[in-house]
Ligand binder design. Structure first.
Ligand code: FAD
Length: 282
């Protein structure tokens, strides 16, 4: 394992007061692992624009580093610049810049702006202020023209000024390591941090994976299916599988881990402890 691997945790933009309180507790609990940031997702089509911003500012006010996601490929340039400037003025200095997807129901001629163009726009208006994270897809984005094109466009995001990529989740470390080799072959030398999705619910995972193009290996699908009516057993099994995945990734040279927490601290906490990640002294 690299010394001080990059650790970050992702939250979705909780809408209710209870959800916001739970997030505060989650931040407090996970802080012991010294995360570089907590990131907060952005709903398709700006559906969580204000909620994302409020939560990011709350996290920052509580003394933690926060990174808003900007899946703003469908917004006007002026709106994107205004949002990014407002984060800069609030002292936020990390972003996750994404194209995003059009919300369901909005079809037609609307064109999304690619993440490389967003990164270029952010750099043009705010210089080096932000550390910019972008998305990468070891198992390839579902709309990719080809494997090599997807690697090429990731390279373009870095050329536009991104500092780091965070991957879509996957359960096959071989896919990640091959992807790293292919990126290196395309002269990409920036860190590509694996995104880690805990295994907590069989049906949700299958539905979500089908949508985003993440592969659930056949053996894993069957093991999870068998436990789908027994959440306790599924979570216990999932922790074993994902701990081993993280261990293999770090042992193989991954620069760190980004956990999709689903706003729960317990499983991410167990995974980090299983990995022996350094814990802050009290
Ligand atoms: P892009 O990098 O623009 O790539 C999209 C597709 O277009 C790819 O197939 C790529 O090969 C191709 N491409 C890229 N650039 C070009 C170009 N210039 N010309 C032609 N083709 C091109 N979604 C949300 O709605 N909210 C979130 O908060 C959110 N957070 C995420 C966090 C992470 C870590 C990840 C991995 C994904 C996240 N997503 C989120 C999902 C993401 O928005 C979708 O996967 C979306 O479909 C693509 O976004 P992107 O930034 O990767 O797009």
């Amino acid at each position: 394992m690299k010394n001080n691997p990059h650790i970050s945790f992702e939250f979705f933009a909780a809408k209710t007061p209870e959800g916001r309180e739970k997030l505060k507790a989650t931040c407090r609990e996970l802080d012991k692992f010294n995360p570089e940031f907590y990131s907060v997702t952005y709903g398709a089509g700006g559906s969580t624009r204000d909620t994302t911003k409020d939560i990011v500012l709350d996290i920052q006010a509580d003394g933690y580093a926060a990174a808003p996601h900007l899946s703003v490929g469908g917004d006007s340039q002026a709106d994107v610049i205004e949002l990014v400037q407002s984060y800069k003025e609030a002292g936020i200095n990390k972003l996750v810049a994404l194209r995003g997807d059009l919300p369901s129901g909005i079809g037609g001629t609307k064109q999304l702006v690619h993440a490389s163009e967003l990164v270029a726009l952010i750099r043009q208006h705010t210089g080096d202020h932000f550390e910019i994270n972008v998305a990468a897809y070891p198992e390839i984005h579902p709309e990719a023209e080809s494997y090599s094109k997807d690697v090429f466009w990731l390279g373009e995001k870095f050329k536009a000024g991104a500092d780091r990529a965070i991957t879509q989740y996957f359960y096959n470390p071989e896919a990640y390591f091959r992807f790293l080799d292919d990126c290196a072959g395309a002269d990409i030398d920036k860190p590509i941090v694996p995104g880690i999705m805990p295994l907590t619910n069989y049906h949700n995972l299958v539905r979500f994976s089908d949508n985003c193009g993440a592969d659930i290996p056949r053996w894993l699908r069957w093991q999870l299916k068998e436990r789908s009516d027994n959440p306790e057993d599924l979570i216990k099994y999932g922790i074993d599988v994902v701990s081993k995945l993280c261990e293999d990734l770090l042992a193989g040279g991954a620069p760190g881990l980004h956990f999709y927490t689903m706003n729960q601290w317990q499983i991410s906490d167990t995974l980090c402890r299983n990995l022996g990640l350094p814990v802050k002294a009290l």
